[in-house]
Unconditional design. Structure first.
Length: 394
């Protein structure tokens, strides 16, 4: 019995020594296999990493929009002549306005107070007569609770009125055409369709990669601290850098799948143009994903508690990426202090870069500057995480 067991012990120790002597690649691959098994066993992480981005794509892509469609407008038709009816016909032909004809202002005000309409267009009783004299006026009253929508509706109604007035001027049947001697030819760059979805969907990639990167990896090292499995690694020859790399590689694959889903959704579901190089978009997106993963690992290594790490990750990554990166609000409209703070966020630099690549094309100064900032963050977070994972049981 003892004789049979004797050769087994040297074989195991020889294997162990050989594994230790295999260097960086051997230790890294062993850790990577462990992390892949753990990811595949933990169904909740897979659900968050693959299903939650799908929910975000559909929710933000279809649910969040700054465009106004079919806005209900009460038209107080105090003048029953044919001319005002042509204005209403122009409004009915618009996808953005839904006119409701009422006989007087009292009924229009009642609908506005009840919230059934968002605006009132009053056509006074002397509109036709004054139009023939070249001095016609209408009154536009808008619900100012949502100032952004009110401004959009004002622009749509002004467009309808301008088109109608130009048509009347072309017919030559009024004196108002003399005032239309200047024609404004408008052209919109980068978003010629005027769709807010073109502006929002590229930013959605930033939110998805931030959530998958920072939130999921914020649980990894903290979980091992709580379970006591990280201490067992301290008696092995593995180095902190090998631990960091082995933990981010599986989530790089998950993030790459999420990026692919975002790109497919932006093209086939939301029809957002991609004017820049798809290769450049992929490379800078993966660079930002690495930064997000390292940020989550750094938080996880520093906090050592899963609940606290997850909360800090949301507050330090996802919320700032949504509110302070330019995803929804133009940073130039914010106070100077907030603008300076936003420049400290990796998401801000990636947000500018991804929107430029999608809508404007390959602007290499922007690509070089933003990529350099993201690469610097990756280096600093790698160093910081490795320092937090030094072999110490403090």
């Amino acid at each position: 019995m003892n004789v049979e067991q004797a050769p087994r012990q040297p074989d195991n120790s020889h294997t162990r020594v050989r594994a230790q002597g295999s260097g960086f690649s051997g230790r890294f691959l062993a850790l990577l296999r462990k992390e892949i098994r753990q990811v595949l066993r933990d169904k909740s992480d897979l659900a968050i990493g693959l299903l939650l981005p799908v929910a975000l794509i559909l929710l933000f892509g279809y649910g969040l929009s700054f465009d106004v469609k079919n806005a209900p407008i009460a038209v107080a038709m105090e003048d029953r002549a044919p001319l005002p009816r042509e204005i209403v016909a122009g409004m009915q032909g618009s996808d953005y306005l839904d006119p409701l004809i009422v006989p007087d202002m009292r009924e229009a005000e009642r609908l506005m107070r009840a919230g059934d309409v968002v605006g009132i267009l009053r056509i006074p009783v002397d509109f036709s007569r004054r139009f023939n004299q070249g001095d016609a006026r209408v009154q536009l009253i808008l619900n100012g609770v949502d100032s952004t929508s009110a401004s959009s509706i004002e622009g749509y109604i002004n467009g309808v009125l301008g088109t109608w007035a130009q048509r009347q001027a072309d017919r030559g049947g009024n004196k108002a055409g003399a005032a239309g001697s200047v024609e404004v030819v408008q052209r919109m760059w980068f978003n010629e369709a005027g769709e807010s979805r073109w502006y929002l969907v590229p930013g959605l990639i930033v939110l998805v990669l931030t959530l998958v990167g920072a939130f999921l990896t914020s649980l990894l090292i903290a979980r091992e601290w709580e379970r006591g499995t990280l201490e067992s690694l301290f008696v092995t020859p593995v180095r902190p850098l090998e631990i960091v790399l082995s933990k981010i590689v599986p989530y790089l694959v998950i993030g790459a799948i999420d990026l692919l889903m975002c790109l497919l959704a932006s093209h086939f579901l939301f029809h957002v143009p991609v004017r820049g190089s798809l290769f450049v978009i992929t490379m800078v997106s993966m660079l930002y994903l690495v930064v997000s993963l390292l940020l989550g690992l750094f938080i996880s290594a520093a906090v050592r508690n899963q609940f606290q790490a997850s909360q800090i990750a949301l507050l330090a990554s996802f919320m700032p990426a949504m509110m302070l990166s330019g995803f929804v609000f133009d940073l130039r409209n914010m106070p100077a202090v907030i603008q300076y703070i936003s420049q400290l966020l990796p998401a801000t630099h990636f947000m500018v870069l991804i929107k430029t690549l999608f809508l404007a094309g390959d602007h290499w100064p922007t690509i070089a500057q933003s990529s350099a900032v993201l690469a610097l963050y990756a280096v600093l977070l790698t160093i910081g995480t490795c320092r937090k994972l030094r072999k110490s049981l403090e």
